[in-house]
Write a protein that binds this ligand. Structure first.
Ligand SMILES: [Zn+2]
Ligand SMILES: [Zn+2]
Ligand SMILES: [Zn+2]
Length: 362
C-alpha cells in the first residue's frame, strides 16, 4: 500500500506519462467504478506440433523460402520468412499522392515474420535463455540488414502478438518485423519529448526514470493534517534487475500488467547492443515473462521494440533517446470511454502490480 487510499485500497487519479504527457492514464482501482470489464481470454494454443501449421517443422515448403535461419546450418531453431499478407510491400514504384487535404505516402516497406521457435505453442518464458538471446540477435541482424538495404526506410518495428487476445492470427509463436518509410507517431512523440527534456535538463529522461526507480525514497505528507499522502519506496517499480538490463513497471502504466525493459546504461539504438549482452537481456526477459505468466495465469500480450529512428535526426537524438521493449499483456477489452477519450484506464494500482510481480518465486 503506497498512499492515503491505502486504508481502503482504492486509488483514483490521472497519472501523466512523464515521457509523453498527452498519454495520460486514469488509475481507478475501486471495483464499483471500474469502467471496463475483464476479458474472457480464449485459451492459447499450447500444442508442441501441429500437422497443418505452416510454421511447424516438416512444413517448411508451405512458407516462402527463409530470409535467414538460426543456426545457419542444420536443424533450424529460428526461421525468418516473408509475410504472405504484408501490410507494406516494396513492389510498387509510385510515390506519394497529394490532393487538397488528401495526402498519402506510398506504402513502401517490408513485412516479415520470425518463427521464434520450432515448437508450436511454446511461451517465451518456456524458451531456453540461449535461444532467447539468439532471437534478440536475429531481431538485431535483420534490423541492420533492412536499414542498410534501403535508405528510404526510417524505422524498423519489431513486435510480437502472443495469444488470440493479443491479435495473433497464427497460433505458432512468432514475431513480426515491419520496415517503414515513416516513423510511427508514438515513437516520434517519445523521441521529440525526450529531446526537449534533454535540452532543458541535459540528461536522458529514461536514464532519470531508471535512477528514480533504483534510488528514490520519499514520504509526502498532507500539509494540513500531517497524514501520509504518498510513500515512495526504493525499488517500488522494479520488476526484475539484471547486470545490464532492468524491467520496470511504469508509474503511468496504460495496461494493468505493462512492463518495460531497458538497458541500464544509456543506449539509443538497439543496433548498438553488444552480442555478449543478449544473454542478460534474455535472462531479464524470460524472468519477467515468467512473473507475468504466473500472476495473470497465462499471459497473452503484445510487445514492441522502440529504438531510435534512422532518419535525419538520428545522431541528434542519440544522447536523449533510450531504446526499450514495451510488454503489454492483454487482460481487458478497451471500452468506448477509452476509445473515445484516448484516456487509458488502468484498474490495478501500478505499485501493487509491481509488488505482486516481484513476489512470484521463480
Ligand atoms: Zn506450428
Ligand atoms: Zn538514457
Ligand atoms: Zn516506447
Amino acid at each position: 500500500m503506497s498512499d492515503t487510499q491505502a486504508d481502503t485500497g482504492e486509488v483514483r487519479e490521472i497519472r501523466i506519462n512523464p515521457i509523453v504527457p498527452s498519454e495520460s492514464v486514469l488509475v481507478a482501482t475501486a471495483r464499483s467504478m471500474r469502467p471496463k470489464k475483464a476479458e474472457e481470454l480464449a485459451p492459447r494454443d499450447t500444442r508442441k506440433h501441429v500437422e497443418t501449421c505452416p510454421f511447424c517443422r516438416g512444413n517448411e515448403h508451405k512458407t516462402p523460402p527463409p530470409i535467414l535461419t538460426w543456426p545457419e546450418t542444420g536443424d533450424w531453431q529460428i526461421r525468418m520468412v516473408e509475410n504472405l499478407y504484408p501490410v507494406l510491400g516494396d513492389d510498387r514504384a509510385q510515390s506519394g499522392f497529394n490532393f487538397g487535404l488528401q495526402q498519402t505516402i506510398d506504402g513502401y516497406g517490408r513485412h516479415e515474420v520470425i518463427i521464434d521457435h520450432n515448437e508450436h505453442g511454446i511461451a517465451v518464458h518456456e524458451m531456453a535463455e540461449p535461444h532467447l538471446a539468439a532471437l534478440f540477435g536475429v531481431y538485431q541482424k535483420r534490423m541492420r540488414q533492412l536499414f542498410e538495404s534501403d535508405e528510404r526506410l526510417k524505422y524498423v518495428l519489431v513486435f510480437k502478438n502472443f495469444g488470440p487476445a493479443a491479435g495473433a492470427s497464427i497460433p505458432h509463436t512468432h514475431s513480426q518485423v515491419i520496415a517503414m518509410p515513416v516513423v510511427p507517431e508514438n515513437v516520434d512523440a517519445e523521441v521529440k519529448n525526450s529531446a526537449a527534456h534533454y535540452a532543458k535538463h541535459h540528461h536522458c529522461i529514461f536514464c532519470a526514470l531508471i535512477d528514480e526507480a533504483l534510488t528514490f525514497e520519499a514520504t509526502i505528507y498532507d500539509r494540513a493534517s500531517g497524514a501520509v499522502r504518498r510513500k515512495i519506496n526504493v525499488g517500488q517499480y522494479v520488476v526484475e534487475r539484471g547486470e545490464k538490463f532492468i524491467a520496470i513497471k511504469p508509474f503511468a502504466s496504460r495496461y494493468e500488467w505493462e512492463v518495460h525493459i531497458l538497458p541500464l546504461t544509456h543506449q539509443a539504438d538497439f543496433l548498438d547492443v553488444a552480442e555478449a549482452d543478449f544473454a542478460d537481456l534474455a535472462r531479464v526477459m524470460r524472468r519477467t515473462m515468467a512473473r507475468l505468466d504466473a500472476v495473470i495465469g497465462g499471459a497473452q500480450y503484445n510487445f514492441f521494440l522502440h529504438s531510435v529512428p534512422h532518419d535525419a535526426g538520428q545522431a541528434a537524438y542519440a544522447p536523449s533517446y533510450h531504446w526499450h521493449l514495451e510488454i503489454c499483456p492483454r487482460t481487458s477489452i478497451p471500452t468506448g470511454f477509452e476509445l473515445g477519450s484516448g484516456l487509458f484506464v488502468n484498474t490495478i494500482n501500478p505499485e501493487q502490480a509491481a509488488e505482486r510481480l516481484r513476489a512470484v518465486s521463480l
